[in-house]
Design a protein around this ligand. Structure first.
Ligand code: ZN
Ligand code: ZN
Length: 347
């Protein structure tokens, strides 16, 4: 089978390797669709701390497919069932895992990071994924492509729950890459009264408007603070979500937020460059909540698939280009383009 294999920093290769054999407690998934994430691009360039020896590994974690084979101990799943799956698995016993928030487990594993992932014709679903509920059987009206995108959607859902976006909120989203666009869609779904996007790329700003942003601003051309105040009854934004890996955006956010507003850092800063200057008195005197999220709980993942099934959100529009696995090199290159949102492998 074909697989996109990480070879060490800077290099991926499409290899022809044997179809993996499953054990009695595992499932073999025939991958149908799998999309490229910023995490895949980052791993290709810099590796991942979960793979300290920089071992070869099949990348990919945004996946949907059909069961090709089940181990002899598996009773509840059958060949031919359509599914997608939450990509991370916690240890199962720490407080975070027990409370259902395995995305904060310090001992997590994940396909495409330290377990072989979905950029392949077939993928083994390990026992823990089956036991801990990562698998979601798809409704007939959910396509494989949409189900692959449930993963990025669920990380955004996780963030939106943390800052509890609702109809009373004017929301500012800083950065309109694919994740910024998903935040626009989610804020809209949650009924935010106004969605403002700050983005320096013209193409991305235009995309944000198409996906439901009410206003866009280029902070390099206009004064962001004046713009936000002018468009929020002089209050500032009630919720600010920063998707761009930008120190300046994080620092600026405190000047843009309303009294008792919430700020969420969605994108991490590059390793070793995460010290920022913060006017901490603003937090104190204005009762600001500054928070962050990463990944998703398995429940948030399931609910994200359900939002797709209920036709509350149309993720198909996010797919910019489709490739076969053999075109992985080009797919990775093009995933970084300004005008590209999601890149999908049809396997
Ligand atoms: Zn992802
Ligand atoms: Zn744990």
């Amino acid at each position: 089978m074909l697989a996109v294999v990480y070879q060490g920093k800077g290099l991926i290769k499409v290899e022809d390797i044997p179809i993996p054999k499953i054990k009695s407690d595992e499932i073999l998934l025939k991958v149908k669709t799998t999309s490229i994430c910023a995490t895949d691009l980052k791993i290709k360039e810099f590796g991942h701390f979960k793979n300290p020896l920089d071992k070869k590994i099949i990348l990919g974690h945004e996946v949907a497919g059909e069961i090709a084979e089940v181990g002899s101990n598996i009773k509840q799943f059958k060949v031919g069932m359509r599914l997608s799956m939450a990509p991370n698995i916690g240890c199962g016993v720490c407080d975070q895992c027990v409370s259902g928030q395995s995305n904060y487990c310090e001992d997590y594993s994940a396909i495409g990071i330290n377990l072989n992932g979905s950029f392949a014709e077939y993928m083994v679903i390990p026992e823990e994924y089956i036991r801990q509920g990562n698998i979601y059987l798809l409704q007939d009206n959910v396509s494989f492509e949409e189900a692959s995108l449930a993963e990025p959607l669920s990380t955004v859902f996780c963030a939106s729950e943390a800052v509890e976006i609702g109809p009373k909120d004017i929301v500012l989203i800083m950065g309109a890459g694919p994740m910024g666009i998903l935040h626009v869609m989610m804020a809209k779904l949650r009924g935010a009264q106004k969605i403002i996007v700050s983005e320096i790329s013209k193409i991305r700003s235009e995309q944000a408007l198409k996906f439901g942003a009410d206003l866009v601003i280029n902070p390099q051309n206009e004064n962001l603070k004046e713009f936000i105040l002018a468009n929020s009854y002089g209050r500032g934004a009630d919720v600010i979500i920063i998707t761009a890996p930008s120190k300046k955006a994080q620092e600026d956010s405190l000047d843009l937020v309303a009294i008792q507003g919430r700020i969420l850092f969605f994108g991490g800063l590059p390793k070793g460059q995460d010290i920022i200057n913060f006017k901490s008195n603003i937090i104190h005197y204005k009762h600001i909540i500054v928070t962050g999220t990463t990944g998703q709980s398995i429940l948030q993942y399931r609910k994200s698939v359900e939002l797709i099934a209920a036709k509350k959100i149309d993720l198909k529009k996010l797919i910019s280009i489709r490739y076969s696995l053999s075109e992985a090199e080009e797919a990775f290159k093009n995933a970084k383009l300004e005008n590209v949102l999601k890149v999908m492998f049809n396997v």
